[in-house]
Design a protein around this ligand. Sequence first.
Ligand code: ATP
Ligand code: NCN
Length: 203
Amino acid sequence: MRVGVMGGTFDPIHHGHLVAASEAASRFDLDEVVFVPTGQPWQKSKTDVTPAEDRYLMTVVATASNPRFTVSRVDVDRVGPTYTVDTLHDLAAIFPDDELFFITGADALEQILSWHRADEMFRIAHFVGVTRPGFELVSDHLPKGAVSLIEVPAMAISSTDCRTRVGKGEPVWYLVPDGVVQYIAKRGLYRDGRPPSRLEHLG
Ligand SMILES: Nc1ncnc2c1ncn2[C@@H]1O[C@H](COP(=O)(O)OP(=O)(O)OP(=O)(O)O)[C@@H](O)[C@H]1O
Ligand SMILES: O=C(O)c1ccc[n+]([C@@H]2O[C@H](COP(=O)([O-])O)[C@@H](O)[C@H]2O)c1
């Protein structure tokens, strides 16, 4: 099998993520794309990130209708900062006979050499870099043959912009899947100055 891996903080997941995964699946003939929400994204400011359980549930809601999309808890359940090298080792153990393709946007690809044990990552998975409005998609800085670059429909959407919109009372309809709009409202996420309520009672 050929398995795609779409890692992200997904705070919240939006149509830019979903289109990137869908296009990579189509171009690389992937049988499955596993979305992997981060546990503790160490390169993002800790206080600003929504609890992992909310980000995980939004990812489940957003991907539920696509039979080839699944969601993994490996990063959410691992203690400590999230490193993609660990994500890939965990997924290689779950899919021992399969080829892994790690999907990243142009912005993430630009930074990739700053990731923990970057060289090792390229030995476990093939990397697929996708275009993203506002960023240049290049791979000259990366090991030869380790990365393929593909153009995907331009979605000028970011999670930061979605959070800002909700904070200002502006709509995020059609930027994120309908179920995610409803989840954000139900949980009161991203409203200025109000932390989300605790999720423990949901078990
Ligand atoms: N609109 C987009 N088009 C293509 N790729 C994207 C897009 N948005 C995010 N990605 C890619 O998806 C992955 C996860 O991104 P992430 O969850 O950090 O979303 P984000 O919108 O960049 O969030 P934030 O605004 O909070 O930094 C990264 O590889 C990123 O490059
Ligand atoms: O491995 C690392 O050191 C590393 C550093 C920054 C980001 N990443 C991964 O890159 C993906 C996108 O991350 P982010 O922070 O842009 O949401 C996600 O899967 C992260 O775990 C990984």
